[in-house]
Ligand binder design. Structure first.
Ligand SMILES: [Mn+2]
Length: 300
């Protein structure tokens, strides 16, 4: 049993009785390409989180009343990538089995594959929404089919429907695949051409959503702490508008991860922003105040 690991929002987030939300730290960093340090992402986010106000300034509620339990972090020092993925799938499956909402903190983007597979066992019509600068559709990368650069390819092979938002960096081979399959990712160029992109995104989603947030999907001016800080990313307002709309859909969001946070000296605000984005998302999903206090949201 690991002692003395940080808790999301500190000790105050663990309520009497049963919690509805489980925080699963998955500090996996085995296949990185450029920019190291995602194994430190979960700890940096959790360390920053007690500086958040428990009272959400948009939703006007204390989302911690839903009960947020931070589990001891998963450990991967002693195993290969496949075993690490098996451990993540088992950990997420265990939380779903006790009716908890799973929040997975990466770690590199690879953690999304086992987390999604665990969720799909419970929700067969699961739809993955990916916020990311990258398509992550490579067949393999560095001879590793489970590389962070191949995550969506692996999920596509499983027949899992997905939507990609904030895309602005990909290879010619990836774009060729997109064209062959008739996929229509929400590249930043498309989002600029189509002011109604959020309504279009909501229309293409049928089932419950698994949301994966690669922090490099956000603009590097607000999120510099990641390996590939691509310019022209999502703003805080664009990201929260998107998540609010997804959460307001009938079938909502059933699983969440935030990946590729790589702490940098002098960029501590990035971990704080990541913690607030998680907390805001949980607030959209777990209303604990009277309905008239809640901000209006939904698919436009
Ligand atoms: Mn990415």
């Amino acid at each position: 049993m690991i002692q003395n690991y940080p808790r999301f929002l500190g000790e105050e987030s663990e309520v009497e009785g049963d919690s509805r939300i489980s925080i699963i730290s998955a500090p996996l960093a085995k296949t990185l390409s450029w920019g190291q340090g995602t194994d430190q992402g979960p700890r940096a986010l959790l360390d920053a989180s007690p500086a958040l106000e428990a009272f959400d300034d948009e939703l006007l509620q204390e989302t911690i009343q839903a009960g947020i339990e931070t589990l001891p972090p998963l450990a991967f020092h002693d195993c290969n990538l496949e075993t690490a993925c098996n451990r993540i799938e088992a950990a997420v499956g265990k939380e779903l089995a006790r009716h908890r909402f799973p929040v997975i903190l990466g770690g590199e983007h690879t953690v999304t594959v086992p987390a999604v597979l665990a969720c799909r066992k419970v929700y067969p019509d699961l739809h993955v929404v990916q916020i990311d600068a990258h398509l992550d559709l490579r067949e393999s990368f560095d001879n590793t089919p489970l590389s962070h650069a191949c995550v969506m390819r692996r999920l596509a092979e499983q027949g899992i429907p997905f939507s990609q938002v904030g895309i602005r960096s990909f290879s010619g081979e990836e774009w060729q695949l997109v064209r062959e399959r008739g996929w229509q990712p929400f590249t930043v160029a498309r989002m600029r051409r189509e002011p109604e992109w959020l309504a279009a995104l909501c229309r293409e989603i049928k089932g419950p959503v698994y949301l994966t947030i690669d922090v490099d999907g956000l603009d590097p001016s607000i999120m510099p702490a990641t390996g590939t800080p691509e310019p022209d990313g999502l703003s805080w307002v664009q990201a929260t508008d998107l998540i609010r709309a997804l959460a307001a859909r009938g079938q909502g969001i059933v699983g969440l991860d935030l990946v590729e946070l790589a702490p940098r000296p002098g960029a501590e605000h990035a971990a704080f922003l990541a913690a607030k984005l998680i907390y805001r998302t949980l607030g959209y999903l777990f209303p604990v105040a009277s309905p008239r206090n809640r901000a209006q949201g939904g698919c436009p």
